[in-house]
Design a protein around this ligand. Structure first.
Ligand code: SF4
Length: 288
């Protein structure tokens, strides 16, 4: 890891990434793509050491409260967060200044911050988002080697639901020829229904590959799934969108299951829900 002094911490759309790079080792990681111009080894995580000063300064000066988003480019709960507690510090500031936040992670280290997440959600809004792609721990350990396996993520989602924290699952990427089968999708859906997720976000069945993440993914396929890379090259060539041949069947299955179980699944609806800042009624009343 290495530290830098950042110039800013929040993008104009409210995105915050305290870390740059990630040690979770997901074989499909899009953040490795060359277009993001990460000029250091992806695993050599860059830490914005002044992240909390910058965040406090920005939140203090903002006229309107809004939602903050974290986890799009790097997981906010990578192992070094255990010691550095920068994500926790950011949550404390979000609470102090009355903003809302949504965190996207694959790590159950997020449970450490349940107390603060609850406090924020009582005052404004805090949504926990988790990615799920493989239903079994053995497969998720292969594909996402350094992070909580599927069962631990499901358990974390259950605990958040029990504490009235809304949860959204990013269902994907669903790796063609590896995870794009009914058995895997049905098992994931069953688990998500049991733990009462509020929404399931998915963009069809498949994945994306581009310069940077493609090379890494193929290298891992060679190690983990012999002859699979050749299949990808044969069917997908250099395509950015790598869609499953089972796409239609599985999309129908997910849509129908979500409707039946009253789970939000329309992408636009989920994104507007995540963006909508809410203050709880008693907080508004206490202002008068
Ligand atoms: S957790 Fe996200 S950023 Fe980290 S390796 Fe996995 S996909 Fe990439």
């Amino acid at each position: 890891m290495h530290k830098v002094k950042a110039k800013s911490i929040l993008s104009s759309s409210g995105n915050m990434n305290i870390y740059r790079g990630c040690t979770h080792g997901c074989i499909y990681c899009d953040s490795r793509s060359r277009c993001y111009n990460i000029n250091h080894d992806f695993e050599d995580v860059e830490i914005k050491e002044n992240a909390l000063e910058l965040l406090e300064d920005t939140l203090k000066r903002k006229r309107n409260k809004s939602m903050i988003f974290t986890g799009s480019m790097s997981d906010p709960y990578i192992p070094i967060e255990k010691d550095l507690k920068l994500t926790r510090g950011a949550l404390e500031l979000v609470y102090k200044y009355g903003f809302g936040i949504t965190l996207l992670t694959k790590s159950d280290l997020i449970l450490r911050d349940l107390d603060l997440i609850k406090k924020i959600n009582e005052k404004t809004k805090c949504v926990v988002q988790m990615t799920l792609t493989a239903s079994t721990d053995s497969l998720s350990k292969l594909i996402e080697p350094n992070v909580a396996p599927a069962s631990k993520r499901i358990n974390a989602l259950k605990i958040f639901s029990e504490n009235n924290i809304p949860t959204i699952v990013w269902l994907g990427p669903i790796l063609p020829f590896i995870l794009d089968n009914e058995e895997n999708i049905c098992a994931l859906l069953d688990m998500m229904i049991k733990v009462k997720v509020k929404g399931i976000l998915y963009f069809g069945i498949g994945m994306t590959l581009r310069e940077g993440n493609r090379e890494y993914y193929y290298k891992q396929l060679d190690k983990l799934f012999p002859n699979m890379k050749e299949k990808y090259i044969k069917y997908y060539k250099n395509n950015y969108f790598v869609n499953s041949f089972n796409n239609d069947k599985l999309v129908k299955l997910i849509d129908e299951t979500c409707i039946l179980n009253n789970i939000m699944h329309n992408t636009d609806e989920i994104f507007s829900y995540l963006k909508k800042f809410e203050e709880k009624e008693y907080v508004q009343l206490s202002l008068f």
